[in-house]
Design a protein around this ligand. Structure first.
Ligand code: HEC
Length: 116
């Protein structure tokens, strides 16, 4: 029995290292977002294919915000400051998470790029 358990967990670590680290990059986001194609809206919108797209947020409508690397780096660091800057202070973001670590933001963005 012990051998079976060990074999299974060994096989699992061999099979899913990439998937595990990719998910790790957006673990914090999963409380509020889904990432699969056609996934449900949770507290925030589904993020499948968001990289390179125009923002779907009503407060950013018509502001020409396209989610490229630079926009996402800025948004994820401080969503409210980003939305406020784009709307001349008229709106704030409803996304209550600040990702302070640039490497962490980059990892999340790299994962978003793969979703197409
Ligand atoms: C506490 C909940 C919460 C967490 C955690 C969270 N978000 Fe959000 N997110 C939101 C909400 C709510 C919105 C919609 C914001 C609004 O309406 O102002 C949003 C919007 C977004 C948008 C803009 C989508 C669009 O259509 O323009 C992106 C991109 C995004 N989040 C990425 C992320 C990433 C990446 C993470 C993890 C690092 C994350 N979010 C973590 C709640 C969250």
């Amino acid at each position: 029995m012990k051998t079976i358990v060990l074999t299974l967990s060994f096989a699992a670590t061999l099979l899913v290292p990439w998937a595990a680290s990719a998910q790790e990059a957006v673990k914090k986001c999963m409380a509020c977002h889904t990432f699969d194609k056609g996934g449900a809206k949770k507290i925030g919108p589904n993020l499948f294919g968001i990289f390179g797209q125009t923002s779907t947020l009503p407060e950013l409508a018509g502001k020409g915000v396209v989610w490229d690397e630079a926009a996402l780096m800025e948004y994820l660091e401080n969503p409210s400051a980003f939305v406020s800057a784009k709307t001349a202070g008229a709106a704030k973001s409803k996304m209550a998470l600040l990702v302070k670590d640039p490497a962490e933001r980059k990892a999340a963005i790299d994962y978003l790029k793969t979703l197409k």
